[in-house]
Design a protein around this ligand. Structure first.
Ligand code: SAM
Length: 193
């Protein structure tokens, strides 16, 4: 049968903690696969903020959401051409401290410009901001790609950051195949109640 893929595990962890009508964030919209999954989870009464620094990624995401829009199942989706490190200011005050889930899928846009890639400093800034935006019991998932150029350093920075979080603030876990050092893996952080 095999274990779940890291992306499926991230989606499962989020689905277990997100309800229709919730507000969620896709910190790296890319091709829109994750934004679509989040939009389906929160439904037409929910809200999704989706960040990317490439207009082509937001265009792809917009296209991927079209079937939901056509069937009136689209939540309020805000596609933001912004660095995710700025997410605190981009999220409306009413949503701050009430976000159910924040998803990071790091690296570059497959089939796009592979030189545009997430960076350790802005990733950590965005993760730090995520903790203040989440509600108690809310979750951050971060899919890491140590096999990409620069990916190993970024993954190590995220691991160090998550491992250093005080346990009374958040609980951090890791899901990783042990035999393949360069395989993607996922870290998840649940904010304490
Ligand atoms: C692996 S892709 C995301 C895949 C996407 N979640 C999906 O479902 O298709 C990573 C994306 O992060 C974006 N990105 C890179 N640096 C960023 C930043 N500082 N803020 C927001 N997005 C960024 C890239 O442009 C790229 O589209």
């Amino acid at each position: 049968m095999g274990f779940l893929s890291v992306l499926s595990m991230a989606h499962k962890w989020i689905a277990e903690r997100t309800l229709p009508g919730d507000t969620v964030i896709d910190a790296t919209a890319g091709g829109g696969v994750d934004t679509l999954a989040l939009a389906e989870l929160v439904g037409p009464k929910g809200r999704v903020y989706a960040f990317d620094i490439q207009q082509s990624a937001l265009d792809r995401t917009h296209e991927r959401l079209a079937p939901l829009a056509e069937s009136s199942r689209l939540p309020d989706v805000q596609l933001l051409l912004q660095d995710h490190a700025t997410m605190s200011g981009a999220v409306e005050p009413v949503d701050r401290g009430h976000i159910a889930a924040i998803m990071f899928n790091l690296g570059y846009l497959p089939g796009g410009d592979e030189s545009v890639i997430t960076q350790p400093k802005t990733t950590i800034d965005a993760l730090q901001a995520s903790l203040t935006l989440l509600r108690a019991g809310g979750i951050v998932t971060c899919v890491l790609y140590p096999g990409h150029p620069g990916g190993e350093q970024e993954a190590a920075a995220v691991e160090d950051w998550a491992a250093g979080l005080p346990q009374n603030i958040a609980q951090a876990v890791i899901y990783r195949q042990l035999q393949r050092k360069t395989a993607p893996y996922v870290i998840s952080i649940e904010k304490r109640r």
